[in-house]
Design a protein around this ligand. Sequence first.
Ligand code: SF4
Ligand code: SF4
Ligand code: SF4
Length: 189
Amino acid sequence: MPEPVLLNTTTRRQTLKTVCRSATAAGLLGFAGWLAVKNKAAADAPVWQIDPNKCIGCGQCAYRCVSNVSAVKAFHNFKMCGYCDLCTGFFEPQPLARNTGAENQLCPVGAIARRDVENPYFEYIIDENLCVGCGKCVDGCFSLGNGSLFLQIHQQLCKHCNQCAIALYCPAKAIVQIPAKQSYLFKEA
Ligand code: SF4
Ligand code: SF4
Ligand code: SF4
């Protein structure tokens, strides 16, 4: 009767290592494939966005959002901005003075910083941590002309509700769904 061919210990270990490596590689490839599919699905998933060209800054965004503090924030397109000294998005109508005194500011929570750029130009920067999405600055900026300030749903703050509570009340039907990979909708000149 012929003797069985036995693998020596070293050969068996090498075989086992090779099998393990192949299994790991196959597993990683499978995981990478799964991740790619998942990432594509996430990129294609719809997210809520405000069409800034339709929004009329009615103020509903500040209190219709299901979040304690609205996920809607003011954004600024600096390419459009005129860097006005008398910014109607920053100042109350007929301000007492053109300075950063709280009594002169339109924003109810002081979320807009006015900074001197070069006489007579100023830039206006939104602090999204303070902004409550009331749209007063948007409305004010729009009243002067180009409307470089606009409202948008901040994707990292949005709870991505199946039905956006603001969209139900938006009088301008300005809240739309677009693929996540496409956000944000920006205000253009
Ligand atoms: S006026 Fe309203 S929308 Fe504009 S920055 Fe202040 S809180 Fe935000
Ligand atoms: S989807 Fe929900 S969390 Fe996001 S803006 Fe609308 S109501 Fe707010
Ligand atoms: S509810 Fe609609 S129109 Fe009113 S501020 Fe929000 S997006 Fe603009």
